[in-house]
Structures are given as structure tokens and as C-alpha cells.
Design a protein. Sequence first.
Length: 172
Amino acid sequence: MTKGQELLVELELELEVTRKYLERVPFNKKDFQPAEKSEKLGRLAIHVAEIVGWWGACINADKLDFIDFEPEDFDTNEALVDYFDGFKKEALSALSNVKDEELKMDWSMIYGEQVLFKLPKYQVLRIFCMNHLVHHRAQLGVYLRMLDIPLPAVYGPSADEDDVILIRKFGV
């Protein structure tokens, strides 16, 4: 099994849970922020979906330039989930086909001429893509909890659900 295929198993589980979170975002409250310095709910939810797009960008290119980045803006769960699903399909396809040698190559996040960071692609996938996704999904969970929206189970049951994907898929 390649490193990409190993990551694929993990990412599939994370994306199944992430999609459940995104389906529950109340866009009628997209301007909600738990604190003045916090991101607004709608922007945070879109960012969670955007992160999934970075998997394909990392595997299929040597850099990602944010100089012309314009964040998306959605008003419905359907639009958000469609956006996410497109990135999901690309990410899973890229991971299933990437060779280990490719994951050793350097990848850079840049802003025009400024290099923000440069790491081997495997490290980018683990730290910048996977960990970043889990981090912001957890933030989104806090927002949803504050709005009294039932939370999906993640690694164990939540106070609202007991359908733990990990257990259902692997009997762990």
C-alpha cells in the first residue's frame, strides 16, 4: 500500500464526517461569530470545504499561489456541499493515484513572490491539509453547538448521535 493509499483511508473517514457538519450549517445564521475576533460561521464553513481542495492542489502541482485568491460565498447548504463534493472527488482521485516518490517532492505555498512555506508534499498533506481540516471542523462544531444544532458523532458518540463512522466501517 502506498502512502497515498494509506492517507486515502483516513481522509475518506474524515470527509464523511466533515460532510455531515457542512450539511448542518444554518446559512440563515451565516454571520454568527462567537466572539469579535472569530470568523463568521458562513466563512468558516466555506473554509472547511476549501481545505479539501488543497489535497488535489498539493498532489497535482508544486505550489499554490494565494495572490489572486477570492473566497467563495454561498447562501445554501446545497451550494456548500456541492463545492465540497467537487473537491472531495478530486482529492480522493489524486490520493489513490499518487506515487510515494511524488510525495517526497517539495511543495510551496506562496503569495506572489513570497514563499510562505515549503515542505515535502507528504508533510503538507498531513499537517496543512489533514490537521488543518480537523482543526477547523472542530471549530465549526463549537459554532454549531452554540447554535444548538445537533453534532454528528466523530471518533466516538456525540451528545446528539451515536453513529460512529469508524466503528461502523472497521468495527473498532
